[in-house]
Design a protein around this ligand. Structure first.
Ligand code: FES
Ligand code: MG
Length: 574
């Protein structure tokens, strides 16, 4: 047990010198007495609430519940607002700013008198960003997930975030939905606070936070609007105070085996493709070397047992919670998990799962009644993607998983937008749509443009899926035979830059292969003639991003933030 005088915050508040006087007098300026802070763990609550993030709208109240817990346990809570990264509003992509929030989190903790941190996030990039920053900062930290919003509802039908927007948009383009009906969908698809309630990036990443042991057991499945969520917030506040006294730092939790557990859980959940990038980045911050091969190995072993859209056909996160939630899923997955690892609860993974049960076998399937027997992600390699690319086979039309077709190339997102729906576009359902210069540097920020829309003329013919290839990402709520994260990206001269319309491309997902059917000599000739594009940014954060962002297979972290880059930052000289 840590003694009060050994707390990090004591360096600010305890010394009988002029600086200590400054720190104490200014805390008293806010109406606090020594009884409030003296000798107590100071808990920084990193809150990503904002007026323009609907997924975190309830954090304005929930932070009070976290504070209540901290106070009950004898800590001193300090709220530290951080940027919100609202997925729907931040352009060109929240991914451009994931590392900025990670830096902000790390530095907020480092520069303030903080002994432990509560991390409040949930909307897609906030989870990896907060965890990456807190891991680098190294103080005890606990993750409080925002929780999924309630199921959508329209004309008596259940609506899922993202997935049903894409689905009904295609129906509207095909003339099967009226503008008035469309308005009904707009008002019904997101009807409470909380993050997307399909198995998109948010639900994937909060489950991963829990699976690596950084959230209280069961926390990630609780719907945002459920009173259990309020109680979980208070409990997290109580727990972080104990974690500080126990000195339960992230490095004691986030070992390599914890990341393998998380990969297995993600596969069983039918996870978002974005999980790969974030998990690689998070693991490397924790000093664990995780790469694409770990995902592919897991995907061959772990069946998808969470019957949640878009991999499943019916259910959403609310149903998952009622079926027992992540603890129940992890209990089913026990043969594939390391049960002896420590978690923020102070107990092991195995202890956290005691008594967990599945209450609906259709929502959380058994391992021998999976909805998809192989995992939800596959990593392909070939001459077009020497450093790999990914596909979510569970969410694709199965006949496209072995396919050869002629490439139809778009050089940028505006180029694709201008041409994709033209009546004279020379395209068939067998074509392979290629969108390039949309990667980490090209996007910039690797936007979620990988689910290239089906050309209008094919939609009208009833086509709903095609093979699509890009160096972008796609939303976890998207679906289709979309090959993503092609590395290295075309913008920096990766081979995707050399594809020409009319070239044949073959994909073979069972063999994990992708191949551009063009001779090495011809590719070398094209490469010699290829002119690099000018950088996207000349100033500010984008300038730094351009110079330091790594490729998708390395998790898109900045090189200078990775563990082992230079000496550890050390403590401020106060
Ligand atoms: Fe926030 Fe989907 S928009 S999680
Ligand atoms: Mg998303």
């Amino acid at each position: 047990m840590k003694k009060p005088e050994t707390l990090r915050s004591a360096r600010w508040f305890a010394p009988d010198d002029l600086r200590g006087f400054g720190h104490r007098s200014r805390i008293m300026q806010m109406g606090y007495s020594p009884e409030d802070w003296a000798g107590k763990p100071v808990i920084g609550i990193i809150n990503t609430w904002s007026d323009i993030n609907p997924c975190h709208a309830h954090f304005k109240q929930r932070v009070e519940d976290v504070k209540r817990g901290v106070l009950q346990a004898g800590g001193f809570p300090v709220e530290l607002p951080a940027q919100s990264l609202a997925e729907q509003y931040v352009k060109p992509s929240t991914m451009l700013y994931r590392n900025l929030l990670a830096m902000e989190t790390e530095e907020l903790i480092r520069c303030h008198p903080i002994d432990g941190a509560v991390l409040m996030g949930g909307c897609d990039k906030t989870t990896p960003a907060l965890l990456m920053g807190a891991t680098s900062a190294g103080v005890p930290a606990i993750y409080v997930p925002a929780g999924p919003m309630l199921r959508g509802n329209w004309e008596g039908k259940t609506l899922g975030s993202g997935s049903d927007a894409w689905k009904y948009w295609d129906e509207r383009r095909a003339g099967n939905i009226t503008p008035v009906q469309w308005l009904g969908i707009e008002g019904g698809i997101a009807r409470s606070h909380g993050h997307c309630m399909t198995m998109g990036t948010a639900s994937t990443m909060t489950a991963i936070a829990e699976a690596i042991g950084m959230s209280l057991p069961g926390a990630s499945s609780i719907p945002a609007a459920d009173a259990n969520h309020i109680r979980m917030c208070a409990e997290s506040g109580r727990r972080i105070v104990q974690m500080v006294l126990e000195d339960l730092t992230p490095d004691k939790i986030q070992v390599r085996a914890a990341y393998i557990n998380a990969i297995h859980v993600a596969m069983a959940m039918g996870c978002s493709t974005n999980a790969i990038i974030h998990l690689v980045a998070m693991a490397r911050r924790a000093g664990c070397n995780i790469g694409l091969e770990d995902f592919d190995a897991a995907s061959r072993n772990i069946p998808v047992i969470a019957n949640i859209r878009p991999s499943g056909d019916t259910y959403l996160m609310e149903d998952f919670y009622y079926a027992g939630g992540l603890r129940a899923l992890m209990a089913r997955l026990k043969p594939h998990l390391d049960l002896g690892l420590m978690t923020v609860s102070g107990k092991t993974v195995g202890e956290n799962l005691e008594g967990a049960r599945v209450y609906n076998d259709d929502v959380i399937r058994s391992l021998d009644n999976a909805i998809y027997t192989e995992g939800s992600l596959a990593v392909l390699r070939g001459n077009i993607a020497p450093d790999g690319c990914v596909i979510k086979p569970a969410a694709a039309d199965q006949r496209l998983l072995q396919h050869t077709g002629k490439a139809l190339v778009f050089d940028s997102y505006p180029d694709m937008k201008a041409r994709i729906n033209r009546a004279d576009l020379d395209v068939s359902a067998d074509h392979v749509l290629v969108l390039r210069n949309v990667g980490p540097q090209g996007g910039p920020g690797m936007p979620e443009w990988g689910m290239i829309p089906i050309p209008q003329k094919l939609v009208e013919q009833g086509v709903r899926d095609m093979v699509r290839i890009s160096d972008a990402r796609m939303s976890g709520t998207s679906y289709g035979a979309c090959i993503l994260h092609v590395a290295p990206e075309s913008f920096i001269g990766g081979p995707l830059a050399l594809v020409q319309t009319g070239d044949e491309i073959s994909i073979d997902v069972p063999a994990r292969r992708i191949h551009l059917e063009v001779s090495p000599e011809e590719l070398a000739r094209r490469k010699a003639a290829h002119a690099p594009l000018p950088p996207r940014y000349e100033r500010g954060y984008g300038w730094m991003f351009t110079r330091h962002i790594q490729q998708a297979d390395s998790g898109c972290d900045f090189d200078f933030l990775q563990t082992g880059f230079g000496q550890p930052a050390g403590e401020p000289d106060i």
